[in-house]
Design a protein around this ligand. Structure first.
Ligand code: DGL
Length: 286
């Protein structure tokens, strides 16, 4: 923060961090932020009425994302975390322009950083939604950090409804994973094979152990949740927006959804690793 900016007031620091995803996948990011910054208040919006975003056109994704972000801004968030790779890929510049000077963070840069930290042979596979892969955001972000990297993108559309359904293991999911990934990890000879697999969709970390079995133990599986939490932490410090909680008091979490609270409550438990109570989720119309 430059010397001529006024100091940030305590009420500003006490406002929540807003997180947004098309559905409940972004809860994997919320969980990582909560673990790293337990004192922060968090406000999560899952746009379940419009899910999936990943098969929609860029124009539609930008339109939906701006609407969802507006809702969080109206609720008074101090920072916006786009906990959705599809929305980050399509709409990050529009969000930053539209809501300036609000800090807006996406998940693609942190995911690319995690991949570059993990790879040893510079061969990286990215699995994500159709829209994220078509946009090439990961390919560009990784190349900026490691120009000699070879990046292979593979859309894995079906993992999104499987995650929302809570099907995280078993023959259907395993067969789907083999169909999407075998030619990359089993077909290629050793020198060609990626040593790193990026989970470029916030729904996919739920399949991490199954995917590890499918691609083999030698492949590093990375997701952007922990690196995004780190980026949020750094941005809060830079902007003097960190909440100071007395006596280790933990921040509160609020959840908003655009459709079917009961389903949100049921499936959110898979992502959070603990059950939610019905009263913790509020239906909103955006
Ligand atoms: N969770 C979203 C992502 O990270 C994708 C889900 C969708 O297709 O809406 O890309």
């Amino acid at each position: 923060m430059s010397a001529c900016q006024p100091p940030v007031s305590a009420p500003d620091r006490n406002r929540p961090i807003g997180l947004f995803d098309s559905g409940i996948g972004g809860l994997t990011v919320l969980r990582a932020i909560k673990a790293r910054l337990p004192q922060e208040h968090l406000l999560y919006l899952g746009d379940t009425a419009r899910l999936p975003y990943g098969t929609k056109s860029r124009e539609t994704i930008v339109r939906y994302t701006l609407k969802a972000a507006q809702k969080l801004v109206d609720e008074g968030v101090k920072m916006l975390v786009v906990a959705c790779n599809t929305a980050t890929s399509a709409a990050l510049p529009s969000l930053r322009e539209h809501f300036a000077p609000l800090p807006v963070l996406g998940v693609v840069e942190p995911g690319a950083q995690a991949a570059v930290n993990a790879t040893r042979n510079g061969r990286i596979a990215v699995i994500a939604t159709e829209a994220t892969i078509a946009d090439g955001a990961y390919q560009r972000a990784i190349s900026r950090l490691l120009p000699e990297a070879s990046v292979l993108g593979r859309p894995c559309t079906l993992f999104v409804p499987l995650a929302e359904e809570g099907w995280l293991d078993g023959p259907v999911v395993e067969g789907t994973a083999h169909r999407y990934l075998d030619d990359i990890f089993q077909g290629a000879d050793g020198a060609e094979r990626p040593d790193t697999l990026v989970l470029g969709c916030t729904h996919f970390p739920l399949f991490a152990s199954l995917l590890q079995r499918v691609v083999g133990p030698q492949v590093h599986i990375v997701d952007s949740a922990a690196t995004t939490a780190q980026a949020v932490d750094e941005a809060l410090r830079r902007q003097q927006l960190r909440r100071q909680a007395a006596g280790g008091e933990r921040g509160a979490c609020r959840f908003l959804t655009t459709d079917n609270c009961r389903r949100f409550v049921r499936t959110a438990g898979f992502f959070l690793g603990q059950p939610l109570q019905a009263g913790e989720v509020e239906l909103v119309n955006i």
